[in-house]
Design a protein around this ligand. Sequence first.
Ligand SMILES: Nc1ncnc2c1ncn2[C@@H]1O[C@H](COP(=O)(O)OP(=O)(O)OP(=O)(O)O)[C@@H](O)[C@H]1O
Length: 961
Amino acid sequence: MAPTPAPTPTPKSLHSVTTPLSKTPHSKHRLHFNSAKHTNPSPNPNATLKETPQAEHPVEVIGRIRDYPDQKEKPISTLLISSDQSSIRVRTEIGYRNFTLDGVSVSEEEGLDEFYQKFIKSRITGVKLGEKCTIMMYGPTGAGKSHTMFGCPKQPGIVYRALKDILGEVNEENETGASPIGFGSFVQVSVLEIYNEEIYDLLSSNNGGGLGFGWPKGNASKVRLEVMGKKAKNATFLSGNEAGKISREVAKVEKRRIVKSTLCNDRSSRSHCMIILEVPTVGGRLMLVDMAGSENIEQAGQVGFEAKMQTAKINQGNIALKRVVESIANGDSHVPFRDSKLTMLLQDSFEDDKSKILMILCASPDPKELHKTISTLEYGAKAKCIVRGGHTPNKDKTSTGDGASAVILGSRIEAMDQFIIKLQMESRRREKERNEAHKELMKKEDEVASLKAKLELMERRKPVKSEEEINLKVKEREQILKLELEKKLQECQKMADEFVEMGKKRMEEKIMQQQEELELLRRRLEELESELCRSRGSAGVENSKVIEGSGFAKRLMELYADGDQGMEKSMDLDMGDQQPIVVHVVEEGGRGAPSEAKSYSDHSGQSPSHLTTNEVDASLIAPTFTGKLYLSTVFEEDGEGEEIENTEDEEVEKLVVEESAVHICQRNGDAAPGFNIDKDSFAVHPNLHTPKAYARNAENFDYCSIGKSEEMGVGLQLMDKLENTKDPSSARKTRIQNIFQLCGNHRELGHHVGILTPCKTKMEVVDFQSSPAPSENSMKTQSSGASVVPFADHKLLNEQNCSELQLKRNWVSTETAEDFKENNRTDEGSKNDSVEVYVKWEASKECPGKSITQLRVVQDSTLADLRKLIEIDLGEDSCKQGFSFLMLGDPTGAPVIKENEATIQVCKLPICNNQSNIHLACLRPVKGIQRSNLPFSSLENKLQFTRGELHVSPQFSPKLR
Ligand SMILES: Nc1ncnc2c1ncn2[C@@H]1O[C@H](COP(=O)(O)OP(=O)(O)OP(=O)(O)O)[C@@H](O)[C@H]1O
């Protein structure tokens, strides 16, 4: 076989790129095959072999670059075709690579017809003449192998074109019965499928039948064939000389091939298809092999064991073929034909000297398929190096003798040398490419380093940015928190306002409620006053009758027969003081047995009409006098008047000196009038000079106020004026003096105010405020002749009104007439033998330390005795409550143990007001009282009894009417 002449380098670009391509060193050894463009017809191979016994390259490689006619935007090809269409340059990012082939066809420029005419037709002609040719379609899936082999409806593929060429075209005439052109050839066609390393006969099925040629029907299962030698045993074949018929049948059975949709191809052939067309008349044979795709498993997207196994089996055929090619090319002693069914069936094609192999490498111009394209081209380049050598058992060659063998060996060595040279060149080229790639790599590494540096710079800057962002976020958060805080503050403010508003409302409600209560009380008071007025009217009449019946009254009536004038004068005097005096007048029935007493005080607002005269007097004359702080007037009656008068005169003189204060009688319109001592004021009610008139006008008295002794003179003058209006004589003065004399006789009043004495009339100042009415208890006590008249039921005032209370505490023991006389006789003596005791509660938070009473006891009395008197005074309630005495000198405020009371004398109690005969008994309730002011509370209690500090709080200040 003559070496393939080196093609004239006529660069031709796939995409208008013209690059001069280097020739492969062994191109001169290539098999020459006809091409449509080749002007030189293919020489007879046998002749060539005889002429030049050089090594034979049985494999020729043609590149076929597919097209994408359906795509509008076709991918930019990375393949460059040389102008002589003998080599392909594959461009990559790092360089390019050239592959020298026996021909290259670009589908976009050359259709199947042109391609067939250019690269296939000559081979088909050789088959017609008796040659053996194998045309293999090799390449990755989707590269256009099946398309090239079988074509499409518009463009028939190699199979049908070859049939037509071999059998000749059938024209109209032929179809009407005339002999077709070229008719005479007879062909036998077998269609085999190699799937999963099994050979199936696509023309046969297990159901049998067919069109007389073992034609398969429907979906009948395929017949599996065994390999016998280098052929499929018992393979069915189509025989005939009608290309059309055979082509149609082939087209039918071709569809029986196992195809499957993969990621690379919608209808990917999963099997190798082999169409064996034999021309028995001339011994020609054409094997058309459409190989399955040489894709790898991952690229095919096969999932599952079976699919992977399938792909592996497909690849097994491809790999085995690759090894066979490499073995042949390498001149190995053993070629692994039996590694797969495909290579077993192709073994004859490689070994038979008359057999030629045309390998069509199908490739895609798509850059995505670049690596597959390179792999395919590398495979083709290797196949191209195959030299048919001595390893192939060739009877013909062995029969040629030693000379021939030497030639063969020589050529083989030469081929090997060339191959080595080629490998060295390839190695150098690769080294060069590697260096270029290395340079490129260095460049890329530099770029990467610069990019890294930029990235680091960015990262370094990032924190600054992030810090700003953090600050911004912090500020935002701060703002949000501020807003929330303000909101909460507003809510709190709102709540506080609401709370204050609520408190205000409550206070207002309370004030309103209190005002209403006050109004009710006022109304009630008015009602009581009106009732009082009514009752006083009647009581006045009765009293006047009583007064009229008594000598005292008569005398007063006589004295003040023209009382209107005196009243007017007295009223004139009252204008300056505006503090009228309310006077209780008590008649005493002389020194003997006590007679009826008449009281003209009605400050309780209740007429004691239901009581006896004596009771009335006792109830209405409130025992609100402190020691010496009361006004008492005694009128002498009957025949002893002068004597009494004389005595009174003396006493008046004495009392004027002694007395320092005068009681005030207040009636402020409430149910409980109060006392007030005001040295700056002194007033005597005009009705004072007549008990009758007093009784009549008592309800109009607000209070009486008598100053100290120095003011007494003024009072006397005033009284003089009163007397002089009626009687200018000195008798009037004398009477007034009598009044003041009695005012100072507190002891007498203290002991006898509740007792009617026929010889004397006591005029008292009554606390109207604190003693609205004596209780039933007190009345009973008095009537029963008890020694002490308690006033527990009297309304007590607070400490600030202590002075008023103090007056009230001046209630005294009730005694019989005899006792009274005795007391009178022993007045001075009793002063020495007895002591006065002021009794009060201990001051505490709950209890303001209200005063209870004032008692007189014998000097050697014990606290036990005093307890009895106090218990009688306090009544049942206080007895229940219980109390203990406080020795106020004790800084701890410890009370006296009850068992020790019998051993402690009353005189041991603290002295009150620096008077040795007045003691203070401070009681502590037994029940728990909060004593927050310990230990000084006990001592503080003493202060309340300072006489000189008696005062009246403004709210209890008297008011004039
Ligand atoms: N040159 C071309 N011109 C137009 N269409 C083509 C060409 N080559 C291939 N095709 C189309 O591309 C698709 C895939 O082609 P094809 O089936 O021949 O690939 P394949 O190499 O046989 O793949 P597989 O190995 O999977 O069978 C088909 O639809 C086919 O019609």
